[in-house]
Every structure is written in structure tokens, then in C-alpha cells.
Design a protein around this ligand. Structure first.
Ligand SMILES: Nc1ncnc2c1ncn2[C@@H]1O[C@H](COP(=O)(O)OP(=O)(O)OP(=O)(O)O)[C@@H](O)[C@H]1O
Ligand SMILES: [Mg+2]
Length: 358
């Protein structure tokens, strides 16, 4: 198994720097997800670790040993690429065996390892077929078996579930997580699907525009986002962001004034998760503009004295009607404040006391 260390790693293509200096450590056996919008540098990071791209500067180390100049095939990494194309003319068995062609494994050993890998992802029955005779989800598992067959120390997965339908994706999420736990490989999963990152990863690396914005547990990123980018990127439906003005111990939000635990001054943003708005109790006034039943939850668009707000409530049926006036309360514990630069303010919060009068 392996611990991964990146020290000031950058990547440029000619004049264009696509990866800003990146430093981080991934523990032995840890499952880490890289999450971020399209083009932020996720695949680039994974290619650097796989040894398919050379870093422009900085050091990449596995278990404390620099691997910058180690060939891809000697890094003992298993990779599932974003486009996981299988070789169409080879059988599934031959496809899975392919990465072993450079390794000193005898014929019986190859058979054994291919069948082990196939069993891990439950495709034993399909070994003699061609890729075109498999469903998308089955092909995706073959790609995974091909990554596992080398018995790698490190597993690098680039959007490995992106081509699956919703049901299969959820099933594969837990299957993949179980395989990773069973084999204990240090795993890096690239995804732009936050639910995938949140449900599978021990820690998440959130990236934007070639930069690491925050590294933390899923709960850290959800409840303690470093800035407005992470706050807005994580969570669906997204966090409400209300423009506000801090004046000492008072926060002015729309027509509302809320008490702060510590003095703060200037323009700030108040962040409220839709599920932290508790409808039907409390003294903040609002009116339902629109209702969207989402199955097991109901989504409300509200016009309130704090400004427009989105709220989410568990339950199949709406408890309020469009146009209805209601009172609500916000969870002070979970309300977040961001300064004028969009950075989260950590030493000030809303107090648990009732809102001040407007
Ligand atoms: N060969 C190249 N030459 C120049 N720029 C490149 C090259 N390859 C990638 N880039 C740029 O590097 C940036 C990061 O690309 P990367 O593929 O890592 O993004 P990503 O986060 O994986 O995005 P996606 O979610 O769309 O897969 C992009 O802006 C891309 O245009
Ligand atoms: Mg990519």
C-alpha cells in the first residue's frame, strides 16, 4: 500500500499553467475524492500521479520515495480512465489480462489473477465475451477489473461511474467502496458528482481553476466550507447566499436584523442551507412563491423579510400552499458568514437568541 505526497506540484502546457502549486498528503489506504467543476485540473492531477504526464515542477512521492522520474508502468498504480474504452477485438478475459503483459507473471498466474479480479467486480460469467456483448455497467466493471488485476498499491479512478444510469451508479458506488475497503488500496476518485464524493470518500479535495480550494471530510466541506465557492459547489439544492451588512453586533439582512456573537463590520454574505430553514415555526415572515415536490422532499421558493430564500423539507406532500404566508426560523448553529472576499468568518456567528426587532 502507499502514502501519496505532493509538494508544490505544478503543470503547465507551454505558457498556460493548468495546475497551481499543489501540496497535499493522502494516507495509506485512504479513499480521497477530487471534486470540482469541468476544466479545474482533476484529470491532470490524476495523470501526474499515474505517470502519464510529467510535473512541470514540484515533487510527487509514494511512501516517501520520489516517483517523478519513475515510468508509469513501474508505479504500481491501477487506473480507470474517464473514457475507459476496452479493446473491442479482445475478449473480456484478454482485456483484463492486458496490463499484466509487462509483468513477470506466468500463464497460470495470469489466469488466476484475471479470475480473482473478475470475481471482485462480479463479472466472472462474462469473461469469454467481447466488449460489444456487455452493457455499459458491465463494461465499466471490466475497466475496474483491469485496474485491479495488477494488485496495485494505488487506485486512480477518473469518473469511473459517469456512464452508468442512476440506479446502477448507486449500486456501483457501494460495490466500489466495498472493494476498496477489502483490498485497502489508497484510492483517488475524480468526480464532478458531489454525491459520489460525499458518499464514498474519507476526505474530499475541492478544486477550482487549477487550485486546491479546500481539503477535508465531507462534513467539513458541507458544514465548514472555507469560502463561498465551496459553499455554493457542495450541497444540492445549493446554499442560500444572502447579501448582508454587519454593523458591530448586528447583522442587517434585507429588512431583518440579527444579533451576532462578536462584532463585525462591512458587507458580508449570510449562508443558509435550504434544510436549515424551519418552516411553520418562528417569527421571521415569509410567503411561499413556488412549490416543487421532489419525491421524498418538498422544495419551496420563498419571498421573506430577509430576501428570497429556498427551503427544503422532508415529506412527500407540501404542508403549505403557493401564496400562503408563514413564519419560519433559521438554525443559528448552521448559519455561515462570509466576509467581503468570500472567505468564511470563523469567530463570529448568529446568536441563539430570538431575532432583534426590525
Ligand atoms: N494538452 C493540453 N494543452 C493545453 N491545455 C490543456 C491540455 N490538457 C488539458 N488542458 C487544460 O487543462 C485544464 C484542466 O484540464 P483537466 O482535464 O485536468 O480538467 P478536469 O478537471 O478533468 O475537467 P473535466 O471535469 O471536464 O474532465 C483545462 O483548462 C484544459 O483545457
Ligand atoms: Mg477530467
Amino acid at each position: 500500500m502507499a502514502r501519496i505526497t505532493l509538494s508544490d506540484v505544478t503543470k503547465s502546457w507551454g505558457e498556460t499553467q493548468v495546475l497551481q502549486p499543489m501540496s497535499l498528503e493522502i494516507e495509506d489506504g485512504e479513499f480521497v475524492a477530487i471534486l470540482g467543476p469541468s476544466g479545474c485540473g482533476k484529470s491532470t492531477t490524476l495523470f501526474l500521479l499515474a505517470g502519464l504526464y510529467a510535473a512541470t515542477s514540484g515533487e510527487i512521492a509514494f511512501d516517501g520515495h520520489t516517483v517523478n522520474r519513475v515510468d508509469a508502468r513501474d508505479r504500481n498504480v491501477g487506473v480507470v480512465f474517464q473514457s475507459y474504452a476496452l479493446y473491442p477485438n479482445l475478449t473480456i478475459r484478454e482485456n483484463i489480462a492486458f496490463p499484466l503483459r509487462f509483468q513477470q507473471v506466468d500463464k497460470a498466474g495470469v489466469t488466476q489473477r484475471v479470475e480473482d479480479a473478475a470475481r471482485q467486480v462480479q463479472i466472472t460469467r462474462l469473461l469469454e465475451r467481447k466488449p460489444s456483448q456487455l452493457s455499459g455497467g458491465q463494461q465499466q466493471r471490466v475497466a475496474l477489473a483491469r485496474a485491479l488485476v495488477k494488485e496495485p498499491n494505488i487506485l486512480l479512478l477518473d469518473e469511473p461511474l459517469s456512464n452508468l444510469d442512476a440506479t446502477l451508479r448507486i449500486a456501483m458506488r457501494s460495490e466500489l467502496k466495498a472493494i476498496q475497503k477489502r483490498l485497502g488500496m489508497t484510492t483517488l476518485l475524480v468526480t464532478h458528482d458531489q454525491l459520489e464524493a460525499i458518499t464514498m470518500a474519507d476526505r474530499i479535495i475541492c478544486m477550482n481553476e487549477g487550485r486546491v480550494v479546500q481539503i477535508g471530510t465531507p462534513e467539513d466541506l458541507y458544514r465548514r466550507p472555507a469560502n463561498l465557492f465551496v459553499a455554493g459547489f457542495i450541497g444540492s439544492p445549493p446554499m442560500n447566499q444572502l447579501a448582508a451588512e454587519a454593523m458591530g453586533h448586528t447583522l442587517q439582512v434585507g429588512r431583518m436584523r440579527l444579533p451576532l456573537t462578536r462584532a463585525l463590520a462591512g458587507p458580508v454574505t449570510l449562508g443558509l442551507r435550504p434544510e436549515d430553514i424551519r418552516l411553520g415555526r418562528g417569527s421571521i415572515a415569509g410567503r411561499v412563491q413556488m412549490i416543487e415536490p421532489l419525491g421524498r422532499e418538498v422544495f419551496y421558493r420563498l419571498e421573506t423579510e430577509m430576501g428570497p430564500l429556498h427551503a427544503l423539507e422532508a415529506g412527500e406532500h407540501p404542508r403549505f400552499a403557493e401564496g400562503e404566508a408563514l413564519g419560519f426560523d433559521i438554525s443559528n448553529d448552521h448559519a455561515l458568514l462570509f466576509d467581503g472576499y468570500g472567505q468564511r468568518v470563523t469567530d463570529t456567528a448568529l446568536t441563539a437568541r430570538a431575532p432583534l426587532d426590525a
